[in-house]
Design a protein around this ligand. Sequence first.
Ligand code: PLP
Length: 451
Amino acid sequence: MKAEVDMNKGVAERESHLWNAMHKHDPDAKKMVAVSGEGSWFKDEEGNAYLDGVSGLWCLNVGYGRQEIVDAAAEQMKKLSYFPLTMNHQPAIQLANKISELLGAAYQTFFSNSGSEANETAFKIARQYHMQTGNPGKYKFISRYRAYHGSTMGAMSATAQANRRVKYDPSAPGFLHVAPPYSYRSLYSGTPEEKDLRAADELEEMIQWEGEETVAAVIMEPFISGGGVIIPSMKYIQRVADICQKYHVLLIMDEVVAGFGRTGKMFGFKHAAGVQPDIVTMAKGLTSGYLPLAATAVKAEIYEAFKTEGKDNHLRHVSTYGGHPAACAVGLKNIEIIENENIVNRVNELGESKLIELHDLMNHDNVGEVRQVGFLLGLEMVADKVTKEPLSDAKMGEIVGRCKQKGLIIGKNGDTVPGGNNILIIAPPLTSTEEDLDFIIETVSSVIHSM
Ligand code: PLP
């Protein structure tokens, strides 16, 4: 039996000048301070070990403490400590080529430092592309309610969860939101797939009502992650891709969470046969979080519009640190590990043979739905299975807190209904051992059953 963590140890806000992300002010609450990590586990200053069941912020795809990645960064830093991508360096060229190979078609990649920036870059590229190909009126972006696309002004504008926006609005003009393919709480009737396809119909209607000549792009994650792990029918993704093509609207696929194996494919969109997005944004799993790096990969046909000879039509966009040589070297090593260790297949197999056990929790009165693709799981917690009233924030906090006490970090998120924060999130490192996965299953199950 693992010893329980003393939750009264750590650093209180009154003792620190650090402003934590997404935390309510509480001067006395003790927050653990991490000092080291190995595999799926990290340790705090008190020596407590925790299994990181959300991979940091869903980014530690290959887990903590991979010496080969540390070495790749150090060697690259020794050779060339910094270089801007207004010119070239080999790690960036090699990584851009590798991304194109993995995406399965010719893409040109622009590097930046975070998922938010990757999406901002995609928005600028989409608008400029239309402007330079005879459609200057196409400037609007459509995303889905509950989507999260980042924290900067444009990415926040595409984000459509009230609790992440209301205090910062008005957001950037030209961002529209449509219903997500959320069959569990759909207004429509029918099978989950039929409900999802109605959501796609709504998206098509929105383009028609707005005027196709005004719509630049649709941005979507293949599986909404931060908005509550929503897993649509693949026909929905295929249909959205068809709609985009029909109205000459670019499809921006946000693979910031799904990319690099999380869902049991190298990229999430690959679950939807025949879909090849115009722009793919990625970050997190690109370096497994070892260094900041993000990428905006643009189909070669789109890139054509930025290189017509004799025309001043290049992308007026630059990032001082984007594509840092050490970050690109880390990205290359990280992908090498994912490929050499066959991590994508592993996620498929262990997702099906192990994590699937969490679906048994559906028997519990407070578990409304268990949604899973690979190592991305969401448990929709409800107070009542018939009314689907979200489980209270207090109860959700209790579950997450009890798991932490037992040495397991899991997340909660959602905005399922305005103010509802009732999805438990489990997204462990893709290298988690079978024992690690057993620990997650046992801990989450025992905490939920003890409620
Ligand atoms: N897109 C998605 C789907 C995300 O989940 C996130 C972050 O969680 C982002 C974009 C923004 O990434 P970053 O925090 O690196 O800016």
